[in-house]
Design a protein around this ligand. Structure first.
Ligand SMILES: *[C@@H]1O[C@H](CO)[C@@H](O)[C@H](O)[C@H]1NC(C)=O
Ligand SMILES: *[C@@H]1O[C@H](CO)[C@@H](O)[C@H](O)[C@H]1NC(C)=O
Ligand SMILES: *[C@@H]1O[C@H](CO)[C@@H](O)[C@H](O)[C@H]1NC(C)=O
Ligand SMILES: *[C@@H]1O[C@H](CO)[C@@H](O)[C@H](O)[C@H]1NC(C)=O
Ligand SMILES: [Cu+2]
Length: 349
């Protein structure tokens, strides 16, 4: 009897392990926006609206701007902004953030697909023809209406770039009436490492704004830049192109935000633009492709756990814990290093 039980436990244990392990056949495929058929696109759009219609899990007195489940993602991003950008945590943290988003769409909204990605290089020469932003019913809406008073895009330290072509509310497509609840937040907050002020979670409803900006995409998100990242010999070389910790510059990551402009170019609250997850899925894809070229050595990390890598900040290691607030338990960085391990099971086309 005892032996039987032992055999049962061993067999059960083995089958659990087998079920949990990821293989290429089991992996969920993340596809580029233009690889999706129109039903796949509208399923994704509908799933985003579904999150908008689910309740927030945050206490309203403390987080008055969090009106729905989608805002839980925005609040979490705001809360950790000073720990997860322009440093060694950017790639691991956002990999998990996109995964949690995809998981929420699937588990809470019955979505059957995966998170699409936006391959910017395909649009680098003609942003205005992008099927992601063409304003059709199967796009993520379009440019914002032209606002002559839109501020010029500048880094907090004073390097400025050509302005975009919109600045106001998006004009058509599925997110024309998509509310934005949080922010805007002054980018100068990104330089203070203190807990961010309570007003960062205030309720400030307004429209989704954009300002499509060909300058950024044509210079920083083209195929040459992608190829340079894939040819990088070290993670520090990779990050120097993707998202360096220098403050007075831009990069593939920052330029993707700047290309969309408006709500998407607000460092803290940018997950309010539905294109955020597609941009970060592309970043994750390029990182995953780079890692795949030499899997044994590409769990390398470079940088710290504080924005802009100040000299005294702790260095990131595989043991570093990254936090996700109400979205999920903390996770060691090592558990974010492989799209097919530690509970992840996805691949990119
Ligand atoms: C940032 O770059 C701008 C333009 O090149 C320059 O005027 C400014 O002094 C720089 N600021 C810092 C802090 O390096
Ligand atoms: C952001 O904050 C800085 C520094 O406190 C200030 O100089 C700047 O005017 C602010 N910008 C906006 C748009 O409020
Ligand atoms: C990142 O790597 C570069 C090149 O090896 C090194 O000089 C730099 O000190 C590293 N950054 C941190 C914060 O450790
Ligand atoms: C914000 O971050 C702090 C740690 O810095 C954490 O204790 C808190 O739970 C987080 N809150 C949210 C809403 O994510
Ligand atoms: Cu971010």
């Amino acid at each position: 009897m005892r032996i039987l039980r032992l055999i049962f436990l061993v067999a059960f244990g083995i089958s659990l392990t087998a079920a949990a392990s990821c293989t290429p056949e089991k992996a969920l495929t993340r596809k580029e926006w233009r690889e999706l058929g129109s039903t796949e696109r509208t399923d994704y759009i509908d799933a985003i609206w579904c999150l908008r219609h689910l309740p927030s899990t945050l206490p309203n007195e403390e987080f008055p701007g969090a009106r729905d489940r989608l805002d839980d993602f925005v609040v979490t991003h705001i809360n950790y902004t000073n720990m997860i950008h322009f440093n060694g945590i950017l790639l691991p943290w956002h990999r998990h953030f996109v995964f949690l988003w995809e998981t929420a769409l699937r588990e809470e909204c019955g979505y059957k697909g995966s998170v699409p990605y936006w391959n910017w290089a395909l649009d680098a020469d003609n942003l205005f023809a992008s099927p992601v932003f063409d304003g059709s019913a199967t796009s993520l809406s379009d440019n914002g209406v032209y606002d002559p008073n839109e501020p010029i895009p500048c880094t907090p330290t004073g390097k400025c770039f050509p302005r975009g072509t919109g600045g106001g509310c998006v004009q058509s497509g599925p997110f024309k009436h998509f509310p934005v609840h949080l922010g805007p937040l002054n980018a100068s907050l990104a330089r203070s490492y203190r807990p961010i002020p309570r007003y960062a979670f205030d309720y400030n409803p307004r429209c989704l704004s954009r300002s499509l900006n060909p300058y950024f995409i044509s210079n920083y998100n083209n195929q040459r830049e992608v190829d340079k990242m894939l040819a990088a010999n070290s993670i520090s070389e990779f990050l120097a192109i993707m998202s360096p910790s220098e403050q007075n510059t831009t990069s593939a990551h920052g330029a993707g935000h700047g290309t969309v402009g408006g709500s998407m170019s607000d460092l803290f609250v940018s997950p309010q633009d539905p294109s955020f997850m597609l941009h970060h899925a592309m970043i994750d894809r390029v990182w995953a492709q780079w890692q795949d070229q030499d899997p044994a050595n590409r769990n390398a990390l470079n940088g710290t756990t504080i924005i802009f890598d100040p000299p005294d900040a702790p260095l990131v290691t595989l043991d570093t814990l990254v936090e996700f607030g109400v979205l999920a338990p903390s996770r060691e960085v090592r558990e974010t290093m492989d799209p097919m391990d530690y509970g992840y099971c996805y691949a990119y086309t």
